[in-house]
Write a protein that binds this ligand. Structure first.
Ligand code: MF3
Ligand code: CO
Ligand code: CO
Length: 254
């Protein structure tokens, strides 16, 4: 169960895949408006990805039916685009893009605010972004994978929020979800050592209430929600470990 160390050829391909995933989010941004359906957002991204010679990794992944994930308000992750899910004023939505380019995966997600969003919801989104960046900043050769979760928990524990534990970041490369799991909380003892040439995601899901419960939609088998209706936010970057620290492979190009 060793974590792969990427060759310089593979690193080039991961850079290119990461850049492409970020480009899809940049592309879809102006369309994320009140009145648009998540199905339309899916179709736009699907076409954009194919037009760039890439593959949308979620499509048919363990039976997932669409090309992107769209998670609105109390949906934590893995929301399925749907023609009758129409964005409304005040919604917050996560769009999660994973592309396969030249055999390598780039995985990234951002939150979008629709119209006038409640200040508490906006705060949750801003703090979730900050939490992800705290986790990313802990990445350097010789650090421990648990340092990522520790940094996120240290920051998030200041607020009345909950860190989702059931879903984690992951190693990424030729495989979409590879070893190791990247926890977004402090598991209390060390995990694997972070080494130069590893690639993985940091993607904390933060809920607006501390005592949330998660619930998997029994009908579609994918959509994960907070049971109490608490809002949930998430950001995700794909990270490469460099000799001096890390490189974010999925930075916005705008
Ligand atoms: N992109 C998600 C992640 O960050 C995984 C989506 S899997 C799917 O790991 F099947 F739901 F698309
Ligand atoms: Co991911
Ligand atoms: Co993702």
């Amino acid at each position: 169960m060793s974590i792969p160390i990427l060759s310089s050829e593979e690193i080039k391909k991961m850079r290119s895949a990461g850049r492409m995933a970020a480009k899809v989010l940049d592309f879809i941004t102006p369309y994320v408006q009140e009145g648009v359906s998540t199905e339309k957002l899916d179709l736009l991204c699907h076409t954009f990805i194919l037009d760039h010679g890439c593959i949308p990794a979620p499509l048919n992944y363990h039976g997932f039916p669409k090309s992107i994930c769209t998670s609105i308000n109390n949906v934590i992750c893995h929301g399925i685009p749907f023609e009758y899910d129409i964005l409304a004023n005040g919604d917050i939505i996560n769009i999660d893009i994973t592309v396969i380019k030249d055999g390598y995966h780039g995985d990234t997600s951002r939150m979008f605010l629709v119209g006038e969003v409640d200040p508490a919801a906006k705060l949750l989104v801003d703090r979730t972004y900050k939490a992800m960046m705290k986790g990313v900043e802990a990445v350097k050769p010789g650090a421990n994978f648990n340092d990522i979760g520790k940094a996120i928990e240290k920051y998030i524990s200041k607020f009345e929020y909950g860190i989702v534990q059931d879903y984690t970041g992951h190693g990424i490369g030729k495989v979409f979800h590879a070893e190791p799991p990247v926890l977004h909380y402090d598991r209390g003892y060390p995990a694997a050592r972070i080494e130069e040439g590893m690639a993985f995601t940091v993607e904390p899901m933060i809920n607006g209430s501390p005592n949330y419960k998660t619930e998997l939609d029994k009908n579609d088998g994918w959509t994960v929600r907070t049971t109490d209706g608490a809002l949930s936010a998430q950001f995700e970057h794909t990270i490469l470990v460099t000799p001096s620290g890390h490189e974010i492979l999925t930075l916005s190009l705008q």
